[in-house]
Design a binder for this molecule. Structure first.
Ligand code: FE
Ligand code: FE
Ligand code: ZN
Length: 274
């Protein structure tokens, strides 16, 4: 059975997200660890977490994916911005251990003039400062569209970050279908070839999750604007191939399409039926 869910609001806690996921036919979900703009997070409510873990067990909710605030920048030229990213991610990882064994995804960042090589070094430096041998959370680098000075626009850049992380067993990759297509990986015309390329450069064993989004923009546009499933430049046929591909179908899929809950429920149904 496909493991699929959508992005949900975390403002009412874990149990609420679990119930919402089940109500839309999902068996996983993604959430922001805090306000996406990166403000202070609520302290973990241990009762809510205990109730959620029981509910997840009873309802077959599988691995869940936390998303770091997208405004963090681990490779800013500005040392204070990097320090803020470090403190926020370190605190997120501490709180993730209340729901052990799940995933924490982040955007590698945008170098702000110092170049991708230096950006990659700074991202790895941050990860080396916050990863702990005993943590149960796997940290995922998201494949990026290559907007502006984004790092992580190619499989090679992600590989270079992974190579520099000491506790690399705690690291993986989340492939965003909209982002890789926008970045110039033709998963519409050549899914097989792109997955081979991913395997050659990074290794498919590193691929832990998929963000399943259509794109509002054409191939290689470097734009990053998500579209509803089947309504953008990727198209439903591509998604049918993706969710059924032998290298992908066991992975968890997370919708980040422009939808309300009802729209997500429909997309989950569509993807379960293709
Ligand atoms: Fe993201
Ligand atoms: Fe994404
Ligand atoms: Zn995006």
């Amino acid at each position: 059975m496909l493991t699929i869910g959508s992005h949900l609001s975390s403002s009412k806690g874990f149990l609420h997200m679990g119930k919402e996921a089940v109500s839309i036919g999902a068996n996983t979900f993604q959430f922001f660890t805090r306000n996406p703009r990166g403000s202070k997070a609520k302290e973990i409510d241990e009762k809510d977490v205990a109730e959620f873990r029981r509910f997840a067990e009873e309802n077959g909710i599988r691995v869940i994916l936390a998303h770091a605030p997208y405004t963090l920048n681990a490779c800013s030229k500005d040392v204070h911005t990097r320090e803020f990213a470090l403190q926020t991610m370190e605190d997120d990882l501490r709180r993730m251990e209340y729901v052990p064994g799940n995933y924490y995804n982040f955007h590698p960042g945008s170098h702000t003039g110092q170049g991708a090589e230096e950006g990659i070094r700074q991202i790895a430096e941050l990860l080396n400062a916050i990863l702990k041998p005993e943590q149960t959370t796997t940290v995922l680098l998201e494949t990026m569209a290559g907007k502006g000075t984004e790092v992580g626009r190619s499989f090679e850049e992600l590989r270079e970050i992974l190579d520099r992380v000491e506790l690399s067993d705690h690291m993986g990759v989340c492939l965003d279908t909209c982002h890789v297509y926008d970045a110039g990986y033709d998963i519409v015309g050549n899914l097989e070839g792109i997955l081979k390329e991913f395997d050659r450069v990074i290794g498919l064993d590193r691929l832990k999750a998929v963000h399943i989004n259509d794109s509002k923009n054409p191939f290689a546009s470097h734009k990053d604007r998500h579209e509803k499933i089947g309504e953008g430049s990727l198209g439903l046929e591509t998604f049918a191939k993706i969710v059924n591909h032998s290298a992908l179908r066991e992975l968890p899929f997370y919708l980040e399409t422009p939808n309300d809950l009802e729209g997500y429920a429909k997309e989950i149904q569509i993807l379960r039926n293709v």
